[in-house]
Design a protein around this ligand. Sequence first.
Ligand code: CAA
Ligand code: NAD
Length: 284
Amino acid sequence: MEIKQIGVIGAGQMGSGIAQVAAQAGYSVVMMDASDSQLDKGIERIQKNLDRSVEKGRISVEKKVEILERIGTTSKIEVVAADSDIVIEAIIENIKVKSEVFRELDVHCPSHTILASNTSSLPITEIAAVTKRPEKVIGMHFMNPVPVMKLVEVIRGLATSDDVFHTVHDLAVQMGKQPVEVQDFPGFVSNRVLMPMINEAIYTVYEGVATPEAVDQVMKLGMNHPMGPLTLADFIGLDTCLYIMETLYEGFADSKYRPCPLLRKYVKAGWLGRKSGRGFYVYE
Ligand code: CAA
Ligand code: NAD
């Protein structure tokens, strides 16, 4: 199946990154968000990234303008749905909210449109079940920051067709990424392995074993991680980290995935990490 237009739902850190790499790869993109200010911020983020690419001599100014012109924005889901060959959803990590968006997309999209979710942990099969096209629903899990990270986990739901899998696999390659096939279980591979480490790092702070700075230093200097786990948690968003831990905890019914109470407390306080200005660290 040929992909010409890509719809992106959500203009946050992931949605804007996906829109950027899709436009860089030559696709027409329509990015939608329920919040106008998030749409503005998303476009600003893309402009900043492209400016840096111009400064570094990776693209010309003309190329930058061309990429930006390929990205349209809207606050209406119908506009994204109308002409998109695939819609990639990147909104809040909540099954009820995501299911509602998929229900609406299913109603408004042409019958050939593939519906993909950038979910970090939620069941693709359950999201697919709210649509009348479960064979066209799939997980397309990009990593943060999208313009930099190579991996895309491609997650097959129970009913995902081979055609759709291959189309999305090839699309990830066209977008300059390396797809890896994964089956539909909580947290897939990436967050089933990563998030318990982050949660454990938060427990070490909660139990007074070490300060956030010390925990991060141990993992950076001792394990060569590019960011310490608490810096990474702030970067991902503490709300997203908590939602993922809850999905693992419920999905596997195993106490080893119990979200740390300190993580819950921070999210309740609105300390969501970089995006809210405060998490384990304070940001300007
Ligand atoms: N957006 C776009 N580009 C960014 C960026 C951002 N947010 N942050 C950094 N970059 C770019 C920089 O501009 C720089 O590019 P140039 O080649 O133009 O110089 C390049 O990345 C390297 O950046 P820096 O030199 O400033 O810093 P660094 O070497 O420490 O790299 C990093 C930054 C790539 C983010 C690195 O710290 C890293 O790999 N961190 C870990 C990221 C990670 O683990 N991501 C996965 C998170 S989990 C996930 O995504 C799944 C989930 O479901 C939660
Ligand atoms: P974010 O908070 O930066 O952005 C979410 C955006 O969705 C916001 O702009 C919000 O206004 C918008 N939104 C919420 N409900 C909406 C709706 N019903 N319709 C339209 N827009 C709506 O979040 P993010 O970090 O970009 O994460 C988005 C998704 O990507 C989540 O499912 C998350 O688990 C996943 N993800 C996140 C990361 C990460 O490191 N943050 C990595 C991979 C995948």
